[in-house]
Write a protein that binds this ligand. Structure first.
Ligand code: NAI
Ligand code: MG
Length: 352
């Protein structure tokens, strides 16, 4: 039977791109059970909580996956508010954040159109994001802040296992039969924390029998950013601790041409949540011009992770077809279409 999917639009353009993705899901898997769920800043203002317990419960009890739009987060601290996406990742143990960036037209730093087809696999549960910060006073009576960075063998192992599986799948799908797994760290400076991450990644590779189809390499995080822009075509699968992965995946998104094109999936042992990389875009919300492609591609990733690989491929191909015809929203150079135009064109391509 078909998996049940929770739909969480959130705030702003989430209310435009998630309905677009819904049409695509209903087109490729007619009759798929979809449940509408609340979360976000507007939910917080209405109910006093950004992530109602009922949302988490329905996700846990009834759904195999979810699609999350975006939420608006206030820049100033608002009492009682905390980001529902961070909490959802924790509640559902979504330990891997997978962000593919594919763009045939990506430029390298020499101005050549070399293209890119890469995926950042970001650890999603620890590192500096354990949010153990404290403020003390130094000997001169001035403030000094500390933050704890947690890197565990367990989290490093399972994120590398996810990345290695992906690298093996990509190798198998290519005529070359090979792929490249880049382990990102800064163990020359942080030899204990990043050292553990690096060693654990190496151990996972060895435990898998050092598969010859996958070449493994190290890259320090600072030079990784340089390399992303210098030679995006030299990057394949990247695995990184949380903070480095966060920064690298936003940097990589710049290679895609628009934030409105970049999907992601939050993956756990028993749940997967698709999520466009962009935010709630208050500057264009309500105007009908939000790019639905990131959300549609996220729906495709969601289906791929739930075992519907053919449907996921069909979605990707339909999006490619529509983009190749120049049907795009204004965030894409030359784009003049509305959210609805692009979505209808993808639906038509799926039905063709
Ligand atoms: P943003 O991603 O919302 O927007 C950045 C720029 O990209 C804006 O000019 C926007 O119009 C454009 N853009 C983004 N998505 C687009 C799409 N699908 N189609 C066309 N144009 C698109 O980031 P910003 O402005 O920094 O944040 C706005 C709000 O979103 C904030 O409240 C922030 O906290 C929240 N946010 C939420 C995220 C999430 O829910 N995962 C991630 C990033 C930001
Ligand atoms: Mg980010």
């Amino acid at each position: 039977s078909l998996p049940t999917i929770g739909l969480i639009p959130g705030d702003g353009i989430g209310h435009e791109v998630i309905p677009a993705a819904r049409r695509i899901l209903e087109t490729v898997l007619p009759g798929i059970p979809l449940v509408d769920l609340d979360a976000g800043f507007a939910t917080f203002e209405r109910t006093g909580t950004a992530l109602p317990p009922s949302t988490v419960q329905v996700l846990r009890d009834q759904c195999q996956g979810a699609l999350f739009g975006a939420v608006s987060s206030p820049i100033h601290k608002v009492a009682g508010y905390s980001s529902p996406i961070v909490q959802l990742r924790k509640e559902l143990d979504l330990y891997a954040n997978v962000r593919p960036v594919v763009n045939k037209k990506a430029f390298n730093a020499s101005g050549e159109q070399v293209g890119c087809d890469l995926v950042i696999v970001r650890e999603n549960t620890e590192c500096l994001y354990v949010k153990q910060e404290r403020l003390e006073t130094d000997a001169n009576g001035e403030s000094i802040a500390f933050a704890t960075r947690q890197i565990s063998q367990r989290a490093s192992r399972r994120i590398t296992e996810t990345a290695l599986r992906l690298a093996q799948q990509r190798a198998a799908a290519r005529t070359s039969g090979t792929s490249l797994l880049t382990v990102v760290h800064k163990s020359n400076v942080l030899s204990v924390t990043d050292g553990l991450f690096r060693e654990t990644a190496r151990a996972v590779f060895a435990a898998a029998g050092s598969p010859t189809a996958v070449k493994i390499e190290d890259q320090l995080v600072d030079s990784m950013v340089y390399r992303l822009f210098r030679a995006p075509d030299s990057v394949d699968v990247v695995v990184a601790p949380n903070l480095y992965g966060d920064i690298l995946s936003d940097a990589a998104a710049a290679l895609a041409g628009s934030l409105g094109l970049v999907p992601s999936a939050n993956v756990g042992p028993s749940f997967v949540m698709g999520e466009p990389v962009h935010g709630s875009a208050p500057d264009i919300a309500g105007k009908g011009v939000a790019n639905p492609v990131a959300a549609i591609r996220s729906a495709g990733m969601l289906l791929a992770h739930l075992g519907y690989a053919d449907e996921a491929t069909r979605i990707d191909q339909a999006v490619e077809t529509v983009m190749a015809r120049g049907i795009a929203t204004p965030d894409v150079p030359g784009g003049k279409a509305s959210t609805n135009d692009v979505t209808s064109a993808v639906v038509a391509a799926l039905q063709a």
